[in-house]
Design a protein around this ligand. Structure first.
Ligand code: PEP
Length: 260
């Protein structure tokens, strides 16, 4: 088993042509020697094409989209299709982010349809899952996460999780400055991997399970030190070139990369 650490920066609804261009140029220059971990950035969809132009000669940074529609084309005003994202060299797509679940009322069944359409065109879904504070306080974290994954497996089968990514993001931790403890995240990740292994051991062994929630350059090593944490999904800290670069450099140098 060998899983590469995957670091993704989610820029959410931030930036403009100028700041996005500057941030991208800085990261392209900073990451020219990155080879051991995988890195992706998720700009607002408006700017995917601008970012793409700067990444063209840089194979070290991949493009990630923040959302996708469940349809490939047609009368769906305002939506973006998986084929359009593919046309812009996008490789990963976030689905099920708690901000979409909360503000856009997206449920597990709808998110599973997004998962399906991404697999159909060959893009890599990053399935975001996680519990809210009330669920955390009542000790249901693991069952909430498993149920969110179960909907995808029921609709598409366990094979769909091959070459897919899961991002465990406790909702109470996102943007709060309070990260979950690395030990508790490890327990959740292990329960997710064990659950997937109950269907297929090799899929469980290979799937990348990232953690997201107030990750910073200061706390990221403790997450990478955990056996079942295979990367991080970074929000706020990814908007700062220095912070994001430090997180990526930490991944690049982490000893886990040499384990097999
Ligand atoms: C996120 O939005 O996916 C996220 C993890 O944000 P932050 O790092 O700001 O908590």
């Amino acid at each position: 088993m060998r899983r590469r650490l995957l670091v993704i920066g989610n820029w959410k609804l931030n930036g403009n042509k100028n700041t996005i261009t500057n941030l991208t140029i800085t990261l392209v220059n900073t990451f020219c020697n990155i080879s051991k971990c995988s890195v992706a950035i998720a700009p607002p969809v408006m700017y995917l094409d601008i970012v793409k132009r700067y990444l063209l000669n840089n194979t070290h940074i991949q493009l990630c989209a923040q959302n996708v529609d469940i349809h490939l084309s047609g009368a769906f005003t305002g939506e973006i299709s998986a084929e359009m994202l593919q046309d812009c060299n996008v490789r990963y797509v976030l689905i099920g982010h708690s901000e979409r679940r909360i503000h856009h009322k997206e449920n597990d069944a709808y998110i599973a349809k997004k998962f399906f359409i991404l697999k159909k065109v060959g893009l890599i879904p990053i399935l975001c899952i996680g519990e809210n504070k009330r669920e955390y306080d009542s000790g249901c974290t693991q069952s909430i996460c498993i149920n969110q994954i179960k909907t995808v497996i029921k609709l598409l089968g366990i094979e769909a999780l091959k070459n897919s990514v899961i991002a465990y993001e406790p909702i109470w931790s996102i943007g709060s400055g309070v990260s979950a403890s690395p030990e508790s995240v490890q327990m959740v990740h292990k329960s997710i991997r064990d659950y997937i292994a109950s269907y297929d051991v090799s899929v469980a062994d290979e799937i990348i399970i990232q953690y997201g929630g107030s990750v910073t350059p200061e706390n990221v090593t403790q997450f990478f030190d955990q056996k079942d944490i295979d990367g991080v999904l970074v929000g706020a800290a990814s908007l700062n070139a220095n912070s994001f670069a430090m997180i990526v450099q930490t991944a690049e140098k982490h000893k886990k990369l040499y384990l097999s």
